[in-house]
Design a protein around this ligand. Structure first.
Ligand SMILES: [Zn+2]
Length: 443
């Protein structure tokens, strides 16, 4: 380094030190304590939000488009304004709070999650990503850090049951989807109107590829891997693909008293074998794939009749569509063998609730990992077994997801809980990932 450039570097550090609006240079950052999120403040706000839609059975029932959802949204909008954000609701019902950057023509860095819940759900699912995003803004402001890029905090509308708000944001909310009746009893069309959206102007909610610099979502893991491993941060590899089938097993219903055991074509016994086979096949190869039979009915369903027909579900999830296909092939082979042994026929019909695997952006993943290392936080790279708004945003912007531990791996339950120190770690990782992207780590 020449003397001239050294001096120039010093001047820049000085400018950064003096300028209230200046971003921290890497050199300065090394001399100042790392910016950190406040876990106690985050927890307090999460509990305050949980008052809206508080369920007498515990937890919250803040269904999208309900009165409680409206109240919760009003609380969040107030927090956003208090944090200095300029707030609007887009036609897709998404709340967007914007903080201008030093270079307003640059595309915004967008981060957030959702605040609607399932019936009798938990206080942390989605909420952590929204409260964490507002926390990032407050910490930046408290330290006088003004980013180059504009920052946008987003609260996606109606995540549970259809990711409707993020679908609108990527231009994929169809007229058919607007007719779906949500759990609040309102159609999506009516619901969007109720929360300040405009279903007739959805095109204006759509962002095009390149319009968003990056999208980041902080979320509770909703599973038990991080806690079991004692690791505070999860770097999400991607959102798994989901394949589902209706499985019909045809046997022969006959008298349970007079039909000898060796003459039966018992559909339920065949189903029992098939369920065990699913479990065995899915566990027989390394990886994090999961397979579930979650619903089963036997007909005619009487204690004194051999079950002649069984209808059941089969669901496989993995980050690789190819692996899902391979596992399904092996399950079908097992089914063929069961047909032979039990004198039944087994048919698999794929059903529509299928989602393709969506990987997160490899560069964003690496940035999150780098931040965790710099903060001295251990991390694991893991898939998300649940769907998230991030899977939609990944279609139009480089996208990353940060997981923090769910105590006991419990979610969609009043017992959902995440410790304040983990809340702080997650929001701190989010903050520094945003700063790295802002400084040009994602060319
Ligand atoms: Zn969620």
């Amino acid at each position: 380094m020449s003397i001239r450039s050294f001096q120039l570097g010093s001047v820049l550090v000085l400018v950064a030190l003096m300028g209230r609006g200046g971003a921290l240079s890497p050199a300065l950052q090394a001399q100042t304590p790392m910016l950190r999120a406040n876990g106690a403040r985050m927890e307090e706000r999460i509990l305050r939000l949980a008052e809206f839609g508080r369920d007498p059975r515990g937890g919250v029932s803040r269904l999208a488009f309900s009165e409680a959802d409206l109240q919760g949204r009003a609380y969040i909008i107030a927090l956003m304004r208090q944090a200095g954000l300029t707030v609007r609701v887009d036609p897709g019902g998404n709340i967007i709070g914007r903080r201008e950057g030093r270079e307003p023509h640059l595309p915004p860095i967008v981060f957030g999650s959702h605040i609607d819940s399932v019936p009798n759900g938990g206080r942390y699912d989605g909420v952590v990503g929204v409260i964490g995003a507002i926390e990032v803004i407050e910490v930046l402001s408290a330290h006088g850090v003004r980013t180059r890029h504009p920052l946008e905090v987003v609260v996606f509308a109606a995540e549970e049951g259809g990711l409707f708000g993020s679908r609108a944001m990527i231009g994929a909310l169809t007229p058919e989807a607007l007719q779906i009746v949500s759990q609040s009893g309102k159609t999506v069309r009516e619901g969007l109107r109720a929360i300040g959206g405009d279903p007739d102007r959805l095109a204006e909610a759509a962002r095009r590829p390149g319009e968003i610099k990056a999208f980041l979502e902080l979320h509770v893991e909703q599973g038990g891997t991080l806690e079991a491993e004692g690791v505070p941060i999860g770097v999400v590899e991607g959102i798994v693909g989901i394949n589902r089938w209706d499985v019909i097993i045809e046997g022969f219903a006959n008298h349970a008293g007079t039909t000898p055991m060796n003459q039966r074509r018992d559909a339920l016994v065949a189903a029992a074998e098939l369920i065990l086979a699913v479990n065995r096949v899915v566990m027989s190869v390394p990886g994090r794939q999961v397979g579930t039979v979650g619903r089963i009915t036997a007909e005619p369903g009487a204690p004194n009749v051999i079950p002649g027909r069984v209808q059941m579900s089969l669901e496989l999830r993995d980050l690789s569509a190819e692996k899902i296909a391979q596992l399904f092939e092996r399950i079908r082979d097992e089914a063929r063998a069961i047909e032979q042994r039990r004198g039944v026929t087994i048919t698999f019909t794929p059903i529509a609730a299928t989602a393709v695997p969506i990987p997160t952006d490899a560069r964003v993943r690496e940035l999150i990992a780098e931040v965790a290392r710099e903060l001295g936080l251990r991390f694991l790279v893991l898939p998300s077994g649940a769907g998230h708004d991030a899977q939609n945003m990944a279609r139009i912007a480089p996208t990353g997801m940060i997981f923090i531990p769910s105590v006991g791996g419990i979610s969609h339950s009043p017992r959902e809980y995440t410790r304040p120190e983990d809340l702080a770690n997650g929001a701190t990782v989010l903050l520094h990932t945003i700063l790295k992207i802002d400084r040009g780590a994602l060319p």
